[in-house]
Design a protein around this ligand. Structure first.
Ligand code: ADP
Ligand code: MG
Length: 249
């Protein structure tokens, strides 16, 4: 089982990248599980016809010990197994703690053994790499990390912090950073800026995703671009990312 965490600043395109990656992997024949770890809980919506699925935290509150895997795992486009950890009401409580509780529940219910996916992908907000937000790269959940960034200052700042956090845990035999995914915002000298950052953190630009308005169009239709138009050049770019990730070890 390949276990991947996709980190990055809020709004940078993690969920878009992750859901299109999941759809691409399923297109290539892999069984995929995608776990949204952002309190926004919209990671999987483009795999679920634009709908928000119930979150682990919400269902835990409602069903307590009666919670079953079917209450929190939903099959989306291409058979991708979709889960949203969820989070507290904004401004109330710690979002990270919610992720920890959700992960413990998934382990307790043996979600990974029962569904036995080829690939598990965690879509994680990385503005603050504390407690719950570093959970996926601790305790053996994910062992490969990719960071989504553009050439914008704040997203590169977040990427740099995330790489430091990964480095901390790496010493204890956990996840390692596989590279940066440049999701272009078309800022000036973007490629050079992100390549420089990659050098500084001793990593590399693993894949380049151009900005393209078909991404908004497919999102408005509640779909990944793979579902929208498999032959579009953006679909080919995500399928190429999926192939590269599966080939890297
Ligand atoms: P995050 O999960 O990091 O918060 P999202 O994946 O929700 O970010 O993306 C934020 C917005 O950016 C979405 O409306 C999405 O359609 C748009 N977006 C992401 N990647 C691209 C891209 N390569 N081209 C055009 N729009 C994009
Ligand atoms: Mg997101």
């Amino acid at each position: 089982m390949k276990k991947i965490a996709i980190y990055g600043k809020g709004g940078i395109g993690k969920s878009t990248t992750t859901s299109n990656l999941s759809a691409s992997l399923s297109h290539l024949g892999y069984k995929v599980m995608q776990i949204g770890c952002d309190p926004k809980s919209d990671s999987t919506k483009n795999l679920m016809k634009g709908k928000f699925i119930p979150t682990v935290l919400d269902v835990m509150k409602e069903k307590k010990d009666d919670l079953k895997l079917e209450d929190i795992v939903f099959e989306g486009y291409g058979g991708v197994l979709c889960i949203e950890a969820g989070g507290p009401t904004p401004g109330v409580g710690c979002a990270g703690r919610g992720i920890i509780a959700a992960f413990e529940k998934l382990e307790e219910l043996k979600a990974f053994e029962i569904y036995n996916p080829d690939v598990v992908i965690y879509d994680v907000l990385g503005d603050v790499v504390c407690g719950g937000f570093s959970m996926p790269i601790r305790n053996g959940f994910a062992n490969e990390v990719y960071i989504v960034t553009s050439g914008e200052m704040m997203s590169m700042y977040a990427a740099s912090n995330i790489s430091l956090a990964v480095e901390q845990f790496k010493n204890r035999g956990y996840a390692s950073l596989k590279g940066l995914i440049l999701n272009a915002k078309n800022v000036e000298d973007e490629i050079e800026l992100v390549e420089k950052l990659a050098d500084e953190i001793k990593s590399k630009v693993f894949h380049y995703i151009p900005r393209n308005k078909i991404m908004q169009q497919s999102e408005n239709n509640g779909r990944t671009v793979i579902e929208e138009d498999k032959d579009d050049k953006m679909s080919q770019i995500y399928i190429e990312l999926a192939n590269k990730i599966m080939q890297s070890n």
